[in-house]
Design a protein around this ligand. Sequence first.
Ligand code: LLP
Length: 428
Amino acid sequence: MDHFQLQNGVLHAENVALPDIAEAVGTPVYIYSRATLQRHARVFRDALSACSDAHLAFAVKANPNLAVLKVLASEGYGADVVSGGEMVRALKAGMRAEDIVFSGVGKTGDEMARALDAKIGQFNIESEEEGAELAAIAAAKGCIAQAALRVNPDVDAGTHGKISTGKAENKFGVPIREAAAIYARLATMEGLNMRGVAMHIGSQLGSLDPLEAAFVRLGALIADIRGNGQSVTHADLGGGLGVPYRPGESPPSPADYGGMVGRITKDWDVRLMFEPGRVIAGNAGVLLTKVIRVKPGAVNPFIIVDAAMNDLARPALYEAYHDFAAVQPDGARFTANIVGPVCETGDTFAMGRETDVMQAGDLAIFRTAGAYGATMASTYNSRDLVPEVLVDGDRYAVVADRIMAGTVMDAERVPEWLLDKDMDGGDA
Ligand code: LLP
């Protein structure tokens, strides 16, 4: 459930009418609902109540906006980060260093050093080589890195290939068959405290079966590692739970997920850790856009909106479906193609979609845009970087400014040796 509903025929975010935000902030703009974020954070936590003391780390990549992170920090969430930049955000938003997990397949030595200095809670190591480097950096600093070994269970998550991470051919983790031996070698290294195992098999999972299969393998690995005489006190089960994008779609609920996790892990005797992203933020945000014009097409008309693939990349990257709706629908429907202004055919949000009738100047939203939306935006085609707004009841705040194309251009320089008399460049 979310808080983007019609009130008197006008779509609202909580109690704020979307046309008011469009008027004040302009379009396109991402709009998040604090109540929805809080609700999702609580539903996910409650779903895991059978797992005592579960550690919840929001996957910052899903929505790194400081205000969003602050809401989740207030709900007791830590952070799953994959870069030095994400770590700084989590700390700035008030997440406790010990509640931060550093994941990611290409942590640099510099990032690991900075994370050690910040005293983050856990590194999820992706290879023996990375573990050895982390151990050396920590030992040189005279500290000990708390670490879990990320394993690749070779399970097909059944999701889009580009967001599937748990198959043998994917770049993530160490092969599960080699994991116990690698763990044993890492456990001997000065500077490293191997305390657990981790996995994340993919995102937007529509079935619990692959997760269950992967967790069963992880349970067996924990037994193997213990059998070798090493200790395992933590198991990080990653994120991945899908959310409904289409009306009527019903992926497994957090409660179903929690039930399965409780059943599979009941004898593990570890502290369970989770890294949810999309399930917390996805349906807590929409992208508000304005129709530039409607243009006739060979089969269906094109609704050209002022949001584009640079603002919401998911349809272009993953053929993702985002529900599209008028902010003030009058009940009439038609079939149209929904496209942005960027100069490539990939800048298409939907083809042949039945939707509300729209004309130039109308406002519309793409739903389920709170995760992997603004965070993946770019300035392609020299467009502005899309701003973000957080709504709370009947108030709202701009939580990320629109960064104008001119500001981006101001960071560029034409070297002196390219200047000619007609061009005003250099370090002006
Ligand atoms: N933990 C790790 C190690 C991850 O790599 C991810 C996501 C998560 C947790 C959070 O997964 P979630 O609960 O959100 O499914 N840009 C893509 C999604 C990429 C996900 C990458 N990893 C999209 O727009 O669908």
